[in-house]
Structures are given as structure tokens and as C-alpha cells.
Design a protein around this ligand. Structure first.
Ligand SMILES: Cc1cc2nc3c(=O)[nH]c(=O)nc-3n(C[C@H](O)[C@H](O)[C@H](O)COP(=O)(O)OP(=O)(O)OC[C@H]3O[C@@H](n4cnc5c(N)ncnc54)[C@H](O)[C@@H]3O)c2cc1C
Length: 435
């Protein structure tokens, strides 16, 4: 049976209305293109609203492009050329031109001065409207029709529409937080169109920990601590191989650990768990050497010499950690401080600088901030974001095999690749409209 399709034609069709899709759509339209932005939800940018705990960490003020690209691991080299076109400074001016003033916080993280992700989203929507982008909600793609030369001729939508375009940009994101719309659809289409997909994996995700004491610390947030990831079983420390270390803030949850440094280390934890076993060691006092910490404890023990051990750690540790540390130290909690032996004190020092946690698994896509893996970097021309396989196809955002740590680096991928894709998908020689 023949379907009756409605037919429309645009210069550029963008699929996915997240940060990358909105940037691509606005920029393509600003460069003179007639643009349709297809979004399967009834609203744009649902994930953007959750970013930075609702404050939206727009970008990172790392203005040295080489150092910036290094933040994305070995894949980051691919971003050197895109950053020479649109880097964090451009993101800041782009948003300031849209009326979003920004501020820089610790770790060079850039936020809107209003601390409001909805402000960022509304500014982008206003930009799209000003550029006359046709936003088509509650719509997804049923199929891509290709010509003999491989170019996409048109797409069919879930609303029985045929949409023709000169160029198409896929911005459907990864697989993380699928309830917000990113369910990995773009990977399937890209594969069908001949692209290679590096296996999507959850990244920047909380980590489940085997040790049951972790649950007792739930809700506790620690600042200025160091997490070190080791490859090994944790049976014999001398057989462990150091993989990576992170310094900063972390949080205990009912299942394990979360917070910036746990999220940042999670990708490597996942990789080690795939190979075998991984061990995390938490240093509660990284600013002090073992010797300095021992001196500090001796001072506290002097002060509390007539107290019981269980009442002697108040100056050193947060309340919630004290019973846990006492238990792990295997020092009798009811022992008088003055009778604690040197050997026991050294055990305590070693523990505070080396709390062992055994990762069980990563929490998975449901709670992963980003997806690692995606469209193979080799198959994209990073000067234009054009597919090297399908000549009128472009990619932008998280769907590409790129991901960075916490700190505004992941949205920057969207702004950079979205800007370049939008600009290059627009017809050439049209007049640039105002922002
Ligand atoms: C809780 C949380 C906090 C975060 N905080 C930060 C932060 O502060 N700073 C930072 O840099 N990064 C942050 N990130 C990461 C950042 O949000 C992502 O990197 C970014 O949203 C990716 O943008 P995107 O446009 O590529 O994809 P997405 O934002 O996932 O958007 C994809 C869009 O495509 C739509 N779509 C999917 N499939 C289809 C289809 N078949 N048809 C039509 N539309 C479709 C989806 O509905 C969605 O609207 C955070 C992520 C999370 C989950």
C-alpha cells in the first residue's frame, strides 16, 4: 500500500534539539539557510536544563587550545582544528551576544551569572526563533532515503512526512539519561548509512563500591581529597599498577561514590573493570605527607590524651567518617589515647592516606553524564564536521566519539562542533544575518 506523504524542502535539516542541534540550527539559519530542527520531545534542550545541577556549566575558561584538547584524552587531538575555529572564548562571546553574562568559578568553570540553565536554554530558543528556524516537535525519523551516489535524498518522519534537504546534521546525542530523549537512535542511522560506531559506554558516572561501610557514609561530601585508581585485585599492593589519580571533591552515596572526581575517574574504572579488577584508594589528607600527618595526629593525641580513641578524631575528620575510620583502623575505640601504640598510630596514618574501595560496576547510562564512544573520528572531516562517507551528512555533539571530564568540557564539544556543522551545512555565498 502506498503512503500519502506531506512533503517539505529545506536547505538544512537538523535532527535532535539538544545543545549541539540548537547551535547547528541557529548558525545554519544565520548563514542564510532555511532550516528545520526535528526534536522527538515536546520541548528542546531537556538535558541542558539539568546541566551543572541546574546552573549550566557552559564551558571551561581554558583558553590554550592545546591544553584544552588534552582534556579529552587521546581523541582530543581531533578537536585542535575545530577549536581554532570556535573555542571557549567564542562560546563566551556567543552567549554574551545572546544576553547571557557569564562568570568564571573554581576550576575555570564558566557559568551564566544568573546561575540559571533555563536562562541559557531560553536564550538559545530566542536565537532560533529570531533566525526563523522551523522547529518540529514530537517527531522522529522513520527512514533515510539515499541516492545512488550515497547522498541522502530525503527523510521520512514518524508523522508520515517526506522532508527533503540539501544537507542533514545528526545531533541526537549519546545514550546517557535516556529518559530525556537521548536513546542512541543516531548511532543506528549512522551505522545504516555506512559509519563505524565505537562502542557507546557510560562515562562520568557514579561508581558502585563493594565495601559495605561506604553506605554508612552516604550523603557525606569531601573536598580536597585524592582518588587513585590502580589496576589489580587489592590482594597485594605491590602488584598493583597505578592508572590515574584525581584531586578534588567527591560524594558518598548509598551504593558507592559520586561527585566530580569519582565521575572523572569513572571512564578509566570502566575500562579496567572490563579487563579485570580495579582498586580505588582514597587519600583523605593529600596535602600532608605521611610524616606530616603523623605529626598532626600526635598533636591531636597530645590534646586528647586522656580521652578514648573514639573521641579523639573530631579535629581531624568529619563526624560521619569517624566511626568508619575507627572500625577500619582496628584500634580499640575504647582505648585511652595515651596508650595507643606507635604501630597503631602508623596504621591510622596509612589508612587515612589509603582507604581501599573496590569498584563493583559503573551505574550505567541511566545516570551517566555523558556517553563515551560514538561515530568514528576517522570518518568525519573536522574542518567542516562533514561525514567522509555520506557527502551531505554532518555530525555534531555527543554522538561523536568524543567526551571530556566534568567542568564544561562536554558542552564545549557541542558548541564547537555545532557551530562548524551549522556553518558548513548552510549554502555558500548567502549573507550572514545578525545574531
Ligand atoms: C545531569 C547532567 C549534567 C550535565 N552537566 C553538564 C555541565 O554542567 N557541563 C557540561 O559541559 N556538560 C554537562 N553535561 C553533559 C551535556 O549535557 C551533554 O554533553 C550535552 O547535552 C550533549 O548535547 P547533544 O546536543 O549532543 O545531545 P543531547 O543533549 O542528548 O540532545 C540530543 C537531542 O536529540 C533528541 N533526539 C534523540 N533521538 C532523536 C530522534 N530519533 N529524533 C528526534 N530527536 C531525537 C533528544 O530528545 C535530545 O533533545 C551534563 C549531562 C547530564 C546528564
Amino acid at each position: 500500500m502506498m503512503n500519502n506523504y506531506d512533503t517539505r524542502k529545506f536547505d538544512v535539516v537538523i535532527i535532535g534539539g539538544g545543545p549541539a542541534g540548537m547551535m547547528s540550527a541557529g548558525i545554519a539559519a544565520q548563514n542564510g539557510a532555511s532550516v528545520a530542527l526535528l526534536e522527538k520531545n515536546s520541548k528542546l534542550g531537556q538535558k541542558l536544563l539539568l546541566t551543572g545541577k541546574g546552573r549550566c556549566n557552559i564551558t571551561n575558561a581554558e583558553f590554550d587550545n592545546r591544553k584544552l584538547s588534552e582534556k579529552y584524552g587521546k581523541e582530543g587531538k581531533a578537536l585542535l582544528s575545530p577549536f581554532s575555529i570556535f573555542a571557549p572564548k567564542d562560546t563566551i562571546s556567543f552567549f554574551e551576544n545572546l544576553g547571557i553574562k557569564t562568570k568564571i568559578e573554581r576550576g575555570q568553570r564558566v557559568f551564566p551569572s544568573s546561575d540559571s540553565a533555563p536562562d541559557v536554554l531560553n536564550a538559545l530558543i530566542k536565537f532560533l526563533k529570531k533566525q526563523n528556524v522551523n522547529i518540529i516537535y514530537n517527531t522522529t525519523i522513520a527512514d533515510f532515503k539515499q541516492k545512488i551516489d550515497g547522498k541522502i535524498s530525503y527523510i521520512t518522519t514518524s508523522d508520515n512526512e517526506k522532508i527533503f534537504a540539501d544537507n542533514y546534521i545528526i545531533c541526537t546525542g549519546g545514550k546517557s539519561y535516556p529518559r530525556l530523549g537521548s536513546t542512541g537512535d543516531g548511532y543506528l542511522w549512522a551505522k545504516k548509512l555506512g559509519h563505524t560506531i565505537s562502542e557507546p559506554k557510560p562515562s562520568l558516572t557514579p561508581i558502585k563500591i563493594k565495601e559495605s561501610w561506604v553506605k554508612d557514609a552516604q550523603g557525606l561530601s569531601l573536598k580536597n581529597v585524592k582518588l587513585t585508581l590502580w589496576q589489580g585485585s587489592g590482594q597485594a599492593k605491590q602488584n598493583e599498577e597505578k592508572s590515574v589519580e584525581c584531586f578534588g571533591e567527591m560524594l558518598f552515596t548509598h551504593f558507592g561514590i559520586s561527585g566530580p572526581i569519582s565521575l572523572d575517574i569513572s571512564k578509566k574504572v570502566g575500562a579496567l573493570l572490563d579487563k579485570g579488577e580495579a582498586i580505588l584508594r582514597l587519600d583523605l589528607k593529600p596535602a600532608l605527607s605521611a610524616l606530616e600527618l603523623d605529626k598532626r595526629i600526635q598533636k591531636d593525641f597530645q590534646k586528647f590524651q586522656n580521652k578514648l580513641f573514639k573521641n579523639s578524631l573530631n579535629d581531624l575528620l568529619p563526624q560521619k567518617l569517624i566511626p568508619i575510620i575507627i572500625n577500619l583502623s582496628k584500634i580499640n575505640p575504647d582505648k585511652k589515647v595515651h596508650s595507643i601504640t606507635k604501630e597503631e598510630r602508623s596504621r591510622l596514618v596509612n589508612l587515612l592516606k589509603n582507604i581501599k574501595m573496590t569498584p563493583k560496576e559503573l551505574i550505567g547510562f541511566e545516570r551517566a553524564i555523558v556517553t563515551s564512544g560514538g561515530i568514528s573520528l576517522k570518518e568525519i572531516d573536522f574542518k567542516t564536521m562533514r561525514s567522509k562517507i555520506v557527502k551531505n551528512l554532518f555530525f555534531a555533539g555527543e554522538i561523536i566519539n568524543l567526551d571530556g571530564p566534568c567542568g564544561g568540557f562536554n558542552l564545549q564539544i557541542c558548541w564547537t562542533t555545532g557551530y562548524i556543522a551549522g556553518k558548513n551545512a548552510a549554502p555558500k555565498n548567502k549573507k550572514l544575518k545578525k545574531l
